[in-house]
Ligand binder design. Structure first.
Ligand code: G6P
Length: 604
């Protein structure tokens, strides 16, 4: 998602900022900007789209000598990707860049507007710079005003702020979003929201902790903690290898992306949860008028997300829902009625079969929608409505965080629709919203479970195949677990509804058949348990995943006692992702680029 860079020094600042932003491009963005303060004068450049547009805008700018600069790539959350909404945001005499969300921005904005302050953008970020300048009027120093600003804003943030009265200085703060300060032997200071932006420029960095804030000026950094105590500067050496830096210490991008799910789900939820309702800024209120059926269409992992949604839409929104594999849908002469909303789901927004299905639905005159991770992709441009999943760029071919965010969006959409159709009471929706709020914590990786899976993986390298089984939404999760394992380990795996095993597949049961059983506490526990017992009685090797002990299992992965089946779903999703990854690593496979597969399949 968004990226931040900052620089204090004497080298050509424009190039340093844009080069730094380029290193953060892989995170995805839709607009960018830089602000430079030199000899008391600010220069600001912003552009929608790629960095090349920003370079074009700033092509006549040259700096010489000492300057201070901040830069940002923005992935739109509050407000559309326009130049006005792009960072840096400006006050009278100051500029700010920000990652994260200011939760109380509305209330602060109302207060500031009441004092006659004029806002230019629709972003939450702009409130920071105006609040800072408002407080500066009565503060002893700009740094005091910055401290008071931090005391008033709530939410998650990484912030850089420059002010003309504190020339040569960058104020910084970190709370919930990453921020790194680097330095080198040439007395230059750098900032980055990821160390990828600092590689090759700094030899040592400080990874700020939550609550850290301070200021940096030529050669000097002052750092404070949440209790306003000055903190000793602890630098660590910075790797020189760009690729490994982008992996941020993880062995594979897939592993990094599994661990990132907590953060990206916060992004997916950002600004969309109200107390008793779901809000999608991007949806017209009339979208569901006259709609009596939803048809979901996708490929691969996105198809599994669609299957999960079909349970949630019928359960929560009481609307007829069907699911189509795009490559089948295209050629089977489907019967379509105009009261159907056609929803495609795609991480890339470019998958050929899904795109063609979308075109077909449009030709039939259906209303269309896409749930997608890539803004401006072909599907987003084509569909009548779109919801972005905000997973950031996914590099591992085996999809992980994209799936998590798709299911999250679809869950929210089922509640949005339940609100529109009045099929759930507001207290039920409120309860579901509380569950959604706990998603980031639910998917954060438990070190003990990861370690257990690492050890366990050695027992699951051979045999004649895997069955992943589950019921209800755990059936599509079983399909997804099996697909993950197939994709990266090249072992044979199938997903099945647990109740279906006895109708044929159980004939394969023997000790060399591995059953990965999803046994949630809050969804058909007894029914699923009986199905697993049937397999265990036929000597299949069982690995159960459940918060409750299960004595018929050969291996048992004990998940948390979550209060709802959807939270169990997300926790088990992480377990399945890690299990397949650990098996693939033991087999020596290239986890990020498995054989024969492509990340974006643009041929049918
Ligand atoms: C490819 C990828 C899968 C993905 C599928 C659909 O097969 O390897 O990970 O699920 O395409 O892609 P989409 O971008 O449409 O979600």
């Amino acid at each position: 998602m968004c990226g931040i860079v900052g620089y204090i020094g004497v080298k050509p600042v424009k190039k340093i900022l844009i080069d730094g932003l380029r290193e953060l491009e892989y995170r995805g963005y839709d607009s960018a900007g830089i602000a430079i303060l030199q000899e008391g004068h600010f220069s600001l450049f912003k552009a929608v789209g790629k960095l090349i547009n920003l370079e074009e805008k700033a092509k006549n700018y040259e700096s010489s000598g000492f300057s201070v600069g901040i830069g940002h790539t923005r992935w739109a959350t509050h407000g559309k990707p326009t130049e006005l909404n792009a960072h840096p945001h400006l006050g009278q005499n100051s500029y700010v860049v920000h990652n994260g969300i200011i939760e109380n921005y509305q209330e602060l904005k109302t207060m500031l507007v009441g004092h006659g302050i004029h806002f230019l953008s629709q972003t939450d970020t702009e409130v920071i710079v105006h609040l800072f300048e408002y407080l500066l009027k009565s503060a002893a120093t700009p740094f005091d005003a910055f401290k008071q600003t931090l005391a008033q804003i709530k939410g998650a943030y990484a912030i850089l702020l420059v002010n003309a009265d504190a020339e040569g200085t960058i104020f910084f703060a970190k709370h919930g979003s990453p921020m790194i300060i680097g330095r080198n032997h040439d007395n230059e200071t750098f900032f980055g929201s990821s160390d990828a932006a600092l590689i090759g420029k700094c030899h040592e960095v400080i990874y700020l902790e939550d609550g850290h804030y301070g200021y940096a000026s030529s050669g000097a950094i002052a750092l404070f903690d949440e209790q306003n105590r000055e903190v000793a500067l602890r630098f660590t050496a910075l790797s020189e290898n760009k690729l490994s830096a982008q992996k941020e210490g993880y062995r594979f991008f897939m592993e990094k992306e599994i661990y990132e799910q907590s953060t990206v789900l916060s992004d997916t939820l950002m600004g969309r949860l109200r107390d008793e309702s779901i809000y999608f800024e991007e949806l017209e209120t009339t979208l569901f008028d006259g709609i009596n059926e939803i048809k979901l269409c996708a490929c691969g992992t996105s198809y599994h997300a669609a299957l999960v949604a079909s349970y949630l839409f019928e359960r929560h929104s009481k609307i007829r829902t069907s699911v189509e594999i795009a490559s089948e849908f295209r050629y089977r002469e489907p019967f379509l009625t105009p009261d159907t909303l056609f929803v495609v789901i795609s991480q890339s927004g470019e998958t050929a079969d899904t795109l063609e299905s979308l075109k077909m639905a449009k030709k039939f005159g259906l209303k269309t929608m896409v749930i997608c991770n890539v803004d401006n992709s072909s599907m987003v441009r084509l569909a009548d409505a779109s919801i972005l999943t905000r997973a950031g760029i996914e590099k591992g071919v085996a999809s992980t965080k994209a799936f998590a965010t798709q299911v999250c969006v679809l869950w929210m959409l089922s509640l949005y629709l339940a609100g529109e159709r009045k099929t759930l009471s507001s207290s039920d929706i409120q309860h579901q919203i509380t569950l959604l709020r706990s998603l980031p914590a639910t998917v954060s990786v438990d070190d003990a479970i990861h370690e257990q899976l690492r050890r366990l993986s050695k027992r699951y390298l051979h045999g004649h195949g895997f069955f992943f089984i589950g019921r209800d939404v755990f059936y599509p999760l079983a399909l997804e677990g099996a697909l993950k394992l197939k994709e990266i380990s090249y072992l044979h795996a199938e997903g099945y509804p647990s109740g279906e095993m006895k109708h044929g597949p159980i004939a394969l049961a023997d000790p060399e058949l591995f059953t990965i059983a999803l046994l949630p506490q809050h969804m058909l526990y007894d029914k699923t348990k009986s199905n697993i017992e049937e397999l265990s009685a036929r000597d299949s090797t069982i690995c159960s995943i459940s918060p409750l002990d299960f004595d018929k299992a050969d291996d048992h992965i004990c998940t948390k006692n979550a209060e709802d089946y959807m939270l169990e779903f997300f926790e088990m999703m992480v377990v399945l992702q890690l299990l397949s990854m650990e098996i693939a690593i033991r087999l020596g496979n290239d986890v990020d680029m498995p054989r024969n597969l492509a990340k974006s399949v643009t041929v049918e």
